[in-house]
Design a protein around this ligand. Structure first.
Ligand SMILES: [Zn+2]
Ligand SMILES: [Zn+2]
Length: 499
């Protein structure tokens, strides 16, 4: 942390500047600034009126004084106002003159908060100036934190989230679509990427290039191992792996074979009713090492979060995280036909870190590393900053930092027009192996301000909170709300881990 101060201002400090310097020993990629003060308003009504009357005496023409006092209520409430500006080694880098008493700001080469100027962050002496325009309460506590987020360099502008459907079938098994029809239907639903996971065959992929060209989206090669003891979705492998050798005790051999061919493997709908109605639909394999699997398909089908099978799969994932395993959780529609549905459709967002590589390879890498966020609505993201590292979903926060700053983003602009949730009263929850660390209302869809420090820009909301890292091994963000009369999870991120 470059600056971490708490201080107090009083009315005597009104109309003064307070400056805090910090030094960048080398050019930085991004600097983050968090600043807050409290209280915002002067609740003592009598005192507020007294202050206003004094100012009227001073500023209003004598003949208008009576009228001004009569209309005094129009000037209430009286607020404290502190604003922030930034100087780099060459001079002023901008100011954030706005009333918000909680502000989380970024300044970097590629991204910047309104009011500040983006560009290189030179080494040298920097200054944050707090301008105390008005302190009307007896005391006004403020806090300023400044830190670098250089880990973000590895992502930078090349990083983006891509909407994927990870479980689908065609005529090559028991689906009703050709691959081109599947890819076109997926594109219409706003997916950029669909995995073909036919049962026990990869023959449908012969049409991959044609289908990709016609539909304009990427197709991931895959196969659903449809065995007697469980269904296992595999994605990204270069070639067919024979599933028929699988028996109740040797599924790890199959996983190794998929890994050896560049693929990833996950449990498909592990709690769906099994034999004889649907042989293998219920996962009955002995698992020696959960780290061997890349993911669990926690949400299967449409309107997935309300289904009891999926609740069991989600709990299984949480149990494994609590036991110390690091594995991802995804959604998959198990899509067989292009039938209209009015049920919410789940999307697995995968974070691509290097756009110069083919989307297919990057998507598989994202699954392998747990760079995953699942939703039936907005995209939820999670980041953790300590003074030593800046981590995203799937990353591991190094040990030794007692405090971390957690940032949760909710992007309402994704797949615009393709989903709708009638009730805009959401709650954001930060879950972990220590239980729920924080929960708060997402107050205002367009909002600019909430108790935890939300800032709205173009359909994006950001929450920021500080947590003690002791005893933490993982955390994830969840979005809850009312969907069609049911209180349900709407979205969940995959985990950020702690060493
Ligand atoms: Zn299946
Ligand atoms: Zn399936």
């Amino acid at each position: 942390m470059l600056i971490d101060i708490r201080a107090n201002a009083t009315p005597e400090d009104s109309r003064t500047h307070v400056r805090f310097a910090f030094k960048l020993d080398e050019p930085a990629y991004a600097v983050r600034i968090h600043f807050e003060y409290s209280p915002k308003r002067l609740d003592d009504d009598g005192r507020a009126r007294e202050l206003l009357e004094q100012s009227f005496e001073k500023y209003v023409l004598p003949e208008q004084l009576a009228l001004a006092k009569e209309r005094l209520d129009r000037s209430l409430p009286l607020n404290n106002l502190i604003t922030l500006s930034v100087d780099d080694p060459d001079g002023c880098r901008g100011a954030c003159h706005r009333p918000d008493p909680v502000q989380s700001l970024t300044i970097s080469e590629r991204e910047v908060s309104p009011g500040l100027v983006k560009g290189k962050l030179a080494a040298g002496e920097w200054t944050i100036t707090l301008s105390l325009h008005a302190i009307v309460s007896d005391n006004c506590a403020y806090r300023l934190q400044v830190w670098t987020a250089d880990e973000e360099r590895k992502g930078g502008a090349a990083m983006r989230w891509t909407a994927c459907e990870l479980h689908a079938h065609t005529l090559h098994s028991d689906g009703k679509m050709t691959l081109t029809e599947l890819a076109s239907a997926a594109a219409k639903l706003g997916f950029e990427c669909v995995a073909l996971t036919d049962h026990n065959t990869m023959s449908g992929l012969a049409d991959k290039e044609t289908a990709e060209r016609r539909a304009g989206i990427a197709i991931l090669p895959g196969m659903e191992w449809t065995t007697f003891h469980g269904h296992m979705v595999t994605v990204g492998q270069a070639e067919y792996v024979d599933w028929r050798h699988a028996n109740a005790g040797n599924i790890h051999d199959g996983v190794s074979a998929v890994h050896a061919r560049g693929g990833v493997a996950g449990l498909a709908h592990p709690f769906r009713i099994g034999s004889p109605a649907c042989t293998g639909c219920y996962w009955e394999y002995e698992v020696d090492d959960w780290n061997d699997f890349d993911y669990i398909e926690a949400w299967s089908g449409t309107f997935a979060p309300i289904k009891t099978d999926n609740a069991r799969a989600f709990s299984l994932w949480t149990d494994k995280l609590n036991e110390g395993y690091r594995l991802a959780a995804t959604s998959g529609r198990d899509w067989h036909e292009d039938a209209e549905t009015d049920e919410p459709i789940s999307v697995t967002y995968l974070r691509l870190e290097d756009e110069s590589r083919p989307i297919g390879e990057e998507a598989v890498e994202a699954l392998r590393r747990g760079r995953v966020s699942v939703t039936i609505g907005p995209l939820v993201t999670l980041e953790v900053d300590t003074s030593a590292a800046s981590c995203r979903i799937g990353d591991v926060v190094p040990a030794g930092e007692p405090e971390a700053i957690v940032r949760i983003g909710i992007d309402f602009s994704v797949r615009q027009g393709l989903w709708a949730l009638a009730d805009p009263a959401y709650r954001i929850r930060l879950s972990s192996n220590r239980g729920v660390l924080e929960e708060s209302a997402v107050r205002d869809m367009e909002g600019t301000q909430g108790t935890q420090g939300t800032q709205g820009t173009q359909g994006m909301q950001a929450f920021r909170m500080s947590v003690q890292t002791e005893g933490l091994s993982w955390m994830r963000a969840e979005l809850w709300g009312n969907v069609r009369g049911v209180t349900t999870m709407i979205a969940f991120t995959n985990a950020i881990y702690f060493d």
